[in-house]
Ligand binder design. Structure first.
Ligand SMILES: Nc1ncnc2c1ncn2[C@@H]1O[C@H](COP(=O)(O)OP(=O)(O)OP(=O)(O)O)[C@@H](O)[C@H]1O
Ligand SMILES: [Mg+2]
Length: 453
């Protein structure tokens, strides 16, 4: 018996003796205090039982049989009071444990992680119900066997996962991998898996615990982001290319068209200077008319080049007249009727959106001419609060909606970018043999002039 326990034993004996005499509250308080001290001194419940047993032997056993029941009852009350601090502290531990268990469960379920717990020596494994749910199974449907999960890992990722696991167990590098699994329904889903092994003193792993998380949505978002970055990169390269081509075309037109016409004009002027007049000092009328015609042609050419670069009519008359003009020229050039449903007064377009909207309609009509073989196009520009709807529908051959996107097709991509810049979007509806319908849905707040009513 330790000296601590010996001292306590004497105190317990005298405390209980006093209590058996008067059964006072003070006596019970003394028992509680003894219990508290015993706990502080790290004595256990078995020590307390031994203490009590010895006290009973001394104080209750020798009593007369008629006194014994009362003495037993009072001793039990005293003993219970001694145990009270122990009970309170166990309760405290329990509450703390329950709280921490709850926090753990919350963390796990909040993170939607599926747990696994594996013994690398026996190969026994436990999958939590949520782990199995991630794989598409109910708890009872998937056995707790390693192969049940390993067999579902996508062949492209299998080697990487097993290598990572091996490296963790042998070299203690972090086990943190992302891989694809085939679920019960045959879908492929991405999971993120992390785990931590425990090694014994001989360095042998005896347990490994970890979790998996379904990251399919994040992977999809990543992929969409990567694709859109790639598209943007191609688009910007394309824009550079188009700009260079445009410069080359303008240079060619200036050189071939304007250059030649100006040379001809210069020759005509020279002829006029050295040629014969009408005898009265005035220039030859015919030669002069020829020069005027050349100047008219020059003006025409300059207008064409300028209109190609930027439709001046947009600034002078506004978006709707410019689109009307575009549709007229398109009809005349390709013999495709353009039926218009446009209320010119429904929307007062602001200056900033004009060129973007004009280019969208221009690209859509160019596509009709290039790809559709249509005989008719319906062009609607309507107000449908809170949107402005621009719809271009042809009766041509259409195309498979999910058909392969040409690596060098930028028209639709550019349109989507223009629509997105205005806070809107492009929708396409088409099928082989059923025409092509393109709709731009643009917020009025972005296209309407601020002072419009
Ligand atoms: N009106 C239409 N009718 C049928 N197919 C169309 C129509 N408009 C577009 N397409 C299809 O959509 C594809 C993509 O069009 P997009 O304008 O992006 O590229 P493109 O016209 O081929 O090339 P560009 O980059 O010069 O515009 C076209 O190649 C064509 O197959
Ligand atoms: Mg195009």
């Amino acid at each position: 018996m330790t000296t601590r326990l010996g001292a306590l034993r004497a105190e317990y004996l005298s405390g209980l003796r006093a209590y058996l005499e008067d059964e006072s509250e003070v006596g019970l308080a003394c028992a509680y205090e003894l219990g508290r001290r015993a706990m502080m001194e790290r004595l256990g419940l078995l020590d307390m039982a031994a203490l009590h047993r010895a006290a009973l032997d001394t104080l209750v056993l020798p009593a007369t049989p008629s006194d014994q029941p009362r003495l037993m009852e009072a001793s039990t009350a005293f003993f219970n009071e001694l145990l009270a601090p122990f009970e309170l502290s166990i309760e405290g531990y329990r509450a703390a444990l329950a709280a921490s268990e709850e926090r753990f469960q919350l963390a796990v379920s909040g993170a939607m992680a599926g747990l696994w717990d594996w013994d690398p020596q026996t190969d026994e494994i436990f999958f939590s119900p949520h782990f199995k749910r991630i794989m598409g199974y109910e708890d009872s449907e998937l056995p707790n066997e390693r192969q049940a999960h390993f067999g579902a890992i996508d062949a492209q990722d299998f080697e990487r996962v097993t290598q990572s696991l091996k490296a963790h167990l042998e070299l203690r590098t972090p086990y943190d991998v992302e891989y694809r699994i085939r679920t019960k329904s045959g879908d492929v889903r991405w999971v993120h898996s992390r785990g931590q092994a425990l090694w014994n003193e001989a360095g042998v792993p005896y347990r490994m615990v970890g979790w998996i998380l379904d990251i399919t949505e994040r992977k999809r978002d990543d992929e969409a982001l990567r694709m859109s970055r790639e598209e943007l990169r191609r688009l910007s390269a394309h824009i550079q290319h188009v700009r260079e081509e445009e410069k080359a075309r303008i240079a060619r037109e200036l050189h071939d068209d304007l250059g030649q016409q100006l040379t001809a004009l210069k020759m005509a002027a020279s002829l006029l200077e050295h040629g014969t007049g009408d005898g009265r000092g005035r220039p030859n009328r015919e030669a002069l008319n020829g020069i005027y015609m050349m100047i008219d042609d020059l003006v025409q050419s300059v207008r064409h080049i300028a209109a190609d670069l930027h439709p001046v009519i947009l600034d002078d008359l506004g978006l709707i007249p410019a689109i009307d003009n575009l549709a007229d020229e398109f009809s005349a050039r390709y013999a495709i009727r353009v039926i218009r449903h446009i209320d010119p007064d429904a929307i007062s377009f602001n200056r900033e959106c004009r060129i973007g909207m004009f280019r969208m309609v221009q690209e859509a009509l160019t596509n009709v001419a290039r790809h559709s073989g249509a005989s008719e196009v319906i062009l609607d520009i309507v107000r449908a609060d809170p949107h402005c709807i621009v719809r271009i529908v042809d009766n041509g051959r259409g195309v498979a909606a999910e058909g392969p996107k040409g690596r060098h097709s930028f028209g639709l991509l550019g349109m989507r970018e223009r629509a997105a810049l205005l806070g809107g979007e492009i929708r396409i509806s088409t099928e082989p043999g059923a025409g092509f319908a393109l709709t731009a849905i643009l917020p009025l707040s972005a296209v309407e002039a601020k002072d419009a009513g």
